[in-house]
Design a protein around this ligand. Structure first.
Ligand SMILES: Nc1nc2c(ncn2[C@@H]2O[C@H](COP(=O)(O)OP(=O)(O)OP(=O)(O)O)[C@@H](O)[C@H]2O)c(=O)[nH]1
Ligand SMILES: [Mg+2]
Length: 623
């Protein structure tokens, strides 16, 4: 028998009986603050747990988040419904549909909540048929249009059992939350327990968290460790997605963390404060003149994401407005960074925090001012990869879509498919849009060919020169490009790349200069003129470089050049002299070979380096 985990949150107007219903369902009074007891009103989030059996016998464990209905506390309400599976939407029979019934409905729909069960509370006080009709009318055209409506009364006990069964049937039909190995716990409560330390709680999504695990808390970027985990008072080794989770963190002070911060694993990216989003406004806003006013470029708003609330400014692409019932791509400049993923939903409230004015979905959490994001394929990893790479050209594989709702395995499998279908270029560390890559490769080839043509005497083009000519900042991209070229018709030797077929040749106009230089180096083979003398002009310099690169000439030092065969002869004569006469000084060798100190000193240093000779005092012996 397995246990499946889900999160339910209440919603609905103030005083409509949400908390009373949670108590009737679970036995737990979610109103825990003294002020809540005194004022008989919910101010902040309350929590309870409901265990039910699915029709097939599976156990279902639902964490319930009870939210406040009062208009002053909508901010807290949104923090509670950030990552829920099902809404327990409450409308009281005596009051009917009220302002926060409407606002909560819009919030749930902006956040993409797919399922709801409607409790028609206080059924002992009102006309059930009338209010049921009213609710049906209000839900027409929404995701909840066909949600079950169950009349309940905590006074008489009517409908409570039916409500439990309905919740069980609804949850049993749902898939448990996906585990993509990218856990995020949006912190909704922080407190200290005597003798235990700092505890944070929240709804866990995207992956599991283990006791003892190293985690990071954003946005303060604090690395710490999970000391222990609980869910609804039970000690756990592992908390799974869809669980209300309380974790005790090491080395942490209460004042370092607040509601809205996120616990996650290191290595999945960082929080950002410029987002590209799609903003949408409910057509239902038209009912309310003040709230329905068009949103203008530059407007200050509050963004509610996860359990966080942060000030922001809206920037549309072209100057423009966003009317009720419309949607539009926008940049959001946030007052503080948040840890958002592609596909995350959020709610927008006005700067006075009196009205919910829009909602949205994150298209690019790392959006810069320039780039446009695409709204297509947010739910399909292939199209998301296509559009992301088309937009950026390339990306590092390790960070590509790291902040998305797809697991690393799904992303890498999709990349391999796209490579096979010729849409993406892949190297070990880089993924690139194929068009982008083909263009870069063609540019590189043109550049190398032009270099061969212009300087046929050179072995190729220096990689640094190539990189700066192509304007590629990212070293990994450049290395991948070079490796890709070398899979084909190109070779890399040290820091130089060339066509494999390229053989350096001296152009005819330099051939007389070459002849002169060879003659000069032959005249006194062991004591030739200095490099400075030989490189009398630009042409001579070009020739000398060619001869050195080709190995025809050895540069012993900055100023001493030897023809290759003369270098070989000197080496064998030195060896011969020492083996016949024993260790010898520079001066003895110079005289024996008919050379000069200027040549002999760098020659012997070179032979030392090559492991032919070894220095002992002022003498050389053979190694
Ligand atoms: N007659 C009757 N009264 C109810 C019923 N359910 C709740 N109440 C009363 O309605 C009042 C408000 O109940 P709560 O459960 O606190 O309402 P709430 O929706 O949680 O209110 P907020 O959290 O502040 O938005 C209380 O006085 C309850 O006793 C019911 O089924 N029948
Ligand atoms: Mg309440």
């Amino acid at each position: 028998m397995t246990t499946r985990h889900f999160i339910i949150a209440t919603a609905g107007h103030v005083d409509h009986g949400k908390s009373a219903l949670v108590k009737a369902l679970t036995g737990t009074d979610p109103d825990r603050l003294p002020e809540e007891k005194k004022r008989e009103i919910t101010i902040d989030l309350g929590f309870a747990a409901l265990n039910v059996a699915a029709p097939n016998g599976d156990r279902i464990h639902a964490g319930i988040v009870d939210v406040p209905g009062h208009e002053d506390f909508v901010r807290n309400m949104i923090a509670g419904v950030g990552s829920i599976d099902l809404a327990l939407f409450v409308v009281a029979a005596d009051d009917g549909w009220m302002p926060q019934s409407e606002e909560h409905l819009q919030i749930l729909s902006y956040l993409g909540v797919q399922r709801a069960v409607i409790a028609l509370t206080k059924s002992d006080l009102g006309r059930i048929d009338v209010v049921t009709n009213q609710i049906r009318k209000q839900l027409l055209g929404t995701t909840f249009a066909d949600s079950p409506i169950i009349p309940t009364s905590v006074r008489t006990g009517t409908g409570i059992e039916k409500l439990v069964n309905t919740l069980a049937t609804q949850l049993a039909r749902m898939e448990p939350q996906r585990d993509i190995c990218k856990p995020r716990l949006f912190i909704d409560r922080v407190f200290t327990l005597r003798g235990i330390g700092t505890v944070v709680t929240g709804t866990l999504t995207g992956g599991s968290l283990h006791r003892g695990q190293q985690i990071v808390v954003f946005p303060i970027d604090l690395d710490t460790r999970i000391r222990s985990i609980q869910s609804h008072g039970q000690e756990l080794q592992v908390a799974q997605p869809g669980m209300r989770t309380a974790i005790n963190l090491s080395d942490l002070n209460l004042d370092q963390i607040r509601r809205g911060d996120v616990v996650t694993l290191p290595g999945h990216g960082a929080p950002t404060s410029t987002l590209i989003v799609r903003l949408e406004r409910s057509p239902r806003l038209k009912e309310d003149k003040t709230v329905a006013r068009p949103l203008k470029n530059g407007l200050s708003i509050y963004v509610h994401h996860g359990a966080s609330r942060v000030g922001a400014r809206i920037r549309f692409h072209e100057n423009g407005l966003l009317e009720a019932g419309k949607e539009r791509i926008a940049h959001l400049k946030l007052a503080a960074p948040i840890f958002a993923f592609i596909g995350d939903r959020f709610v927008v409230r006005d700067s006075s925090e009196r009205h919910t004015i829009a909602g949205g979905i994150v298209l690019d959490p790392d959006g810069d001012k320039e780039s446009l994001a695409s709204t297509v394929g947010l739910d399909d990893v292939n199209s998301l990869l296509r559009t992301t790479l088309a937009r950026h050209g390339f990306a590092r594989r390790e960070s590509l879509l790291s902040k998305s709702r797809f697991s690393a395995d799904e992303i890498s499998a999709a990349l391999i498919n796209l490579e096979a279908s010729g849409e993406v270029f892949l190297s070990q560390h880089i993924a690139a849009d194929w068009k982008f890559w083909r263009k870069r490769r063609a540019q590189a080839i043109d550049f190398i060919d032009a270099a061969h043509h212009k300087s046929a005497e050179r072995p190729g083009i220096d990689l640094r020169e190539l990189r700066s000519a192509l304007g590629i900042q990212d070293m990994e991209v450049f290395e991948s490009l070079v490796a890709d070229l070398c899979e084909g018709d190109f070779v890399r030797k040290g820091s130089v790349i060339s066509r494999a077929s390229h053989r350096p040749t001296l152009p005819t106009h330099l051939q007389p200069a070459e002849k002169q230089i060879r003659e000069a180096l032959l005249r006194q083979p062991f004591d030739p003129p200095s490099r400075k003398t030989i490189e009398s002009d630009a042409q001579a310099r070009q020739v000398v470089r060619f001869l050195i690169e080709n190995g025809d000439v050895t540069a012993l030092s900055l100023d001493v050049l030897l023809l290759r065969e003369n270098f070989a002869r000197m080496k064998s004569q030195v060896t011969e002299f020492i083996s016949q006469n024993g260790p010898a000084t520079v001066s003895q060798l110079r005289q024996a070979l008919g050379s000069s100190r200027r040549v002999m000193v760098p020659l012997l240093e070179r032979l030392d380096r090559d492991g032919v000779t070894i220095r002992a005092g002022d003498k050389r012996r053979l190694r």
